[in-house]
Design a protein around this ligand. Structure first.
Ligand code: AHR
Length: 348
C-alpha cells in the first residue's frame, strides 16, 4: 500500500514540475514573441541589445544620481530627469550616492537586480565602474552615462551624453590668457575629487598655468562642491595674507562663496575689481551676477539631460542608430558681452 502511495506521490511531483516548467517557458515565449526592438546598426558595440520591453509595459529606467542637493546645477539636473521621464511615460527609479562612491556602486547593482530596462549613471567618481557595467551587460541592460564620462571601455557601455569638461576648462584658460594680466596668482576651488568634472576642469587650469608660467597659489577640492567650504577656504587665504587676483571656481555655488568671503574682507572683484572671478555651470542667478559684473566669466555646463536621455532611449527602443559618445554643446558668458535677454532666456 505505502509503496503504491509513494509511487503516486512521485508521479504527482513529476507532473507538478513539468507544469511549472511549462508556465515559465510560456512567459519566456510570450516575452520572446512580443515586440522587441534591437538597435539596428548602432555605433554602439554589440555590448547589449535593447531590452525586451513589452509595448504594454512601462519602460523602467534606473538613474544613479550623485547627491540630491550637491549644487543648484544638480538640483536642475534631477528636476530635468523627473520632468522628462514623467512626460515620456517612463518609470524612474532614481537613487543617490550622497557623496559615497561605494554607495553609488551598490545602488547600481541593486537596480540591476531589480531588472531595470535601462541603467543611467552620473558618477561621483569616474573610476571603478567596470564591475557594474559588466553586470549590466550580463543582464542585457544598456548602460548609459550622463553628465560625466566614466572610465569604461567602449564594449562596456551603450551610449553617453556628457559634458566635455576639458573643453570647458580650456575655454576659461583661453579667456584668462586673453585678459593679459600683469600677474596671475590663481586660487583654484575644485569640485569633488575624482569626478570627471573636477578632473577635466582642474587639469585645464593646471596645464594652462604651466604653459603660461602662471602662479597657482591655492588648489584644493571642496567635498560636495560645497559653497560654504569654498567661502571658508578663501576667508582663510585672505586671513593668511595670500596674494591672489584670480578665483577659478569649478561651479557657480563655490564662486558665490568666494565672493562672499571677499565681500567680508572688502576685497573688490569682478568687472571693476582687483580679482577676476571665473565660474562654471551658468545657472540663471549666476548669469545675473555676470551681467552685474560680479562674475567675469561663467562657462556653461548644461544640466538638462532628461530630454536627451529620453530621446536616446526612444531611439534604442525603436532600433535606431545612436552615437555612442555624444557631448553637449555648451557656451560661455563674459561680463563684457552678456545681455539681460541672455539672462532672461535661461531656463535653469
Ligand atoms: O557634473 C557637473 C557638476 O556637478 C557641476 O558643474 C556641479 O555644479 C555639479 O555638482
Amino acid at each position: 500500500m505505502k509503496k503504491l502511495l509513494s509511487i503516486v506521490l512521485v508521479l504527482m511531483l513529476v507532473f507538478s514540475f513539468t507544469a511549472c516548467g511549462t508556465k515559465s517557458s510560456d512567459t519566456k515565449d510570450v516575452a520572446d514573441t512580443t515586440v522587441t526592438t534591437a538597435p539596428a546598426a548602432t555605433t554602439a558595440p554589440a555590448a547589449t541589445t535593447a531590452p525586451t520591453v513589452k509595448v504594454d509595459k512601462k519602460i523602467v529606467v534606473g538613474v544613479v544620481q550623485t547627491n540630491a542637493n550637491e549644487s543648484d546645477w544638480r538640483t536642475a539636473n534631477t528636476k530635468s530627469f523627473n520632468e522628462a521621464f514623467a512626460s515620456a511615460g517612463f518609470e524612474l527609479k532614481m537613487v543617490f550616492g550622497e557623496g559615497d562612491h561605494a554607495k553609488q556602486i551598490s545602488e547600481a547593482q541593486q537596480l540591476i537586480q531589480e531588472e531595470v530596462d535601462y541603467l543611467v549613471v552620473l558618477g561621483l567618481q569616474s573610476a571603478g565602474w567596470e564591475d557594474v557595467a559588466k553586470a549590466a551587460k550580463e543582464a542585457g541592460i544598456p548602460f548609459i552615462m550622463a553628465d560625466r564620462k566614466l572610465d569604461l571601455s567602449t564594449d562596456l557601455y551603450t551610449a553617453m551624453v556628457c559634458s566635455d569638461f576639458a573643453a570647458e576648462g580650456n575655454k576659461a584658460v583661453d579667456w584668462l590668457k586673453a585678459q593679459a594680466l600683469t600677474a596671475y596668482n590663481i586660487v583654484v576651488l575644485g569640485g569633488d575629487t575624482g569626478s570627471s568634472a573636477q578632473l577635466g576642469r582642474s587639469k585645464a587650469i593646471e596645464d594652462g598655468a604651466k604653459a603660461n608660467s602662471w602662479n597657482i597659489v591655492f588648489n584644493q577640492n571642496m567635498k560636495g562642491w560645497d559653497e560654504t567650504l569654498a567661502k571658508q577656504a578663501v576667508a582663510d587665504l585672505i586671513a593668511a595674507g595670500t596674494e591672489f587676483n584670480v578665483v577659478y571656481a569649478e561651479n557657480d555655488n563655490m564662486a558665490r562663496g568666494a565672493c562672499d568671503a571677499m565681500d567680508a574682507a572688502g576685497i573688490t572683484y569682478g568687472k571693476d575689481g582687483t580679482v577676476k572671478v571665473i565660474a562654471f555651470d551658468a545657472n540663471k542667478w549666476a548669469l545675473q551676477n555676470v551681467l552685474a559684473g560680479k562674475f567675469n566669466l561663467d562657462v556653461e555646463c548644461n544640466p538638462l539631460h532628461g530630454p536627451r536621455i529620453v530621446e536616446l532611449i526612444n531611439k534604442l527602443q525603436a532600433g535606431e542608430k545612436v552615437d555612442q559618445d555624444a557631448y553637449v554643446k555648451e557656451e560661455m558668458f563674459d561680463c563684457a558681452t552678456i545681455t539681460q535677454a541672455i539672462v532672461d532666456a535661461r531656463t535653469y
